[in-house]
Design a protein around this ligand. Structure first.
Ligand SMILES: Nc1ncnc2c1ncn2[C@@H]1O[C@H](COP(=O)(O)OP(=O)(O)OP(=O)(O)O)[C@@H](O)[C@H]1O
Ligand SMILES: [Mg+2]
Length: 253
């Protein structure tokens, strides 16, 4: 379980996260939706223990991230929005490197690498340098890396980015299986149709604050809208703005 309490993160005079609280239960996929710059990635970095909060608390499986960031890194897998990989290593070398840093027993590591490599279909790229791989293949390497240590929780920042339809479907099935196994998943995306199909609950984040939270059905009811896209645009005060911009474009183009 992941519990976020009154999280605040400042960058100089910018307050990127303004007192956010939410809970992700075991066996739950929690979607984070929000416009560009609303604070999603900042919050996810804090959840993953790689950025410290200005104030507030994150507790993962009973462990306070600020008190024991190492323990939390052992429990969660994190996929950043931009993959952080060693360009001059091959995927296999990188998996082995991460495996040794994480002290994953060799046999277990090999087994997991094999399963995940097969699932994402990157067998043919294992000997290439990461720097030469396509955008989507790098994303697959990043996803596999985050899952090597059999994490109890996953923090996925726009993880479907760049994946072809087959790989996106496989990741989706994998996440549903993880949920079935009782793991907690935090998942940010701009693809609202995807959020609608896999998230048990979503939080809409706007200007560093959660402005609405619930199941997709609850949000639709709350906003009196039929689609999650309309809910999103209404809550983030973009609906009227989008109409005005579209009208202006029609007039000028
Ligand atoms: N390292 C940093 N230094 C200064 N400001 C930062 C830093 N990281 C993020 N910010 C600021 O914090 C705010 C939130 O950024 P963040 O990356 O969390 O947004 P986001 O919701 O993930 O956006 P996107 O949908 O574009 O990925 C922005 O105003 C951004 O400029
Ligand atoms: Mg982001």
């Amino acid at each position: 379980m992941i519990r976020v309490e009154g999280l605040v993160r400042k960058f100089g005079s910018t307050v990127a996260v303004k007192g956010i609280s939410f809970t992700v239960h075991d066996g739950e996929i929690y979607g984070l939706l929000g416009p560009n710059g609303s604070g999603k990635s900042t919050m996810m970095k804090i959840l993953a223990g790689i950025l410290s909060p200005t104030s507030g608390r994150v507790v993962v499986d009973g462990v306070d991230v600020a008190e024991n960031p190492l323990a939390v890194k052992r429990i969660v897998g994190y996929v950043p929005e931009t993959p952080v990989l060693y360009e001059s290593l091959t995927p296999v070398e990188f998996f082995n490197f991460v495996g040794s840093v994480r002290r994953i027993p060799t046999e277990e590591l090999q087994e997991r690498v094999e399963t995940l490599v097969r699932a994402f279909g990157i067998e043919n790229y294992l000997g290439e340098m990461i720097g030469s791989l396509s955008f989507g293949t790098r994303q697959k390497v990043s996803l596999i890396t985050a899952m090597l240590h059999d994490p109890k929780g996953l923090i996925l920042d726009e993880a479907m980015n760049g994946l072809d339809p087959k790989s996106a479907r496989i990741l989706r099935e994998l996440l549903l299986q993880f949920r079935e196994e009782g793991r907690s998943i935090v998942f940010s995306t701009h693809v609202l149709a995807l959020a609608e199909t896999i998230c048990d609950r979503v939080g809409v984040i706007y200007n560093g604050e959660i402005i609405a939270e619930g199941t997709v059905e609850q949000l639709k009811e709350f906003a009196h809208e039929e689609s999650l896209e309309d809910v999103f645009l209404k809550l983030t005060e973009s609906q009227e703005e989008v109409s005005n911009i579209v009208r202006a474009l029609k007039d000028t183009l």
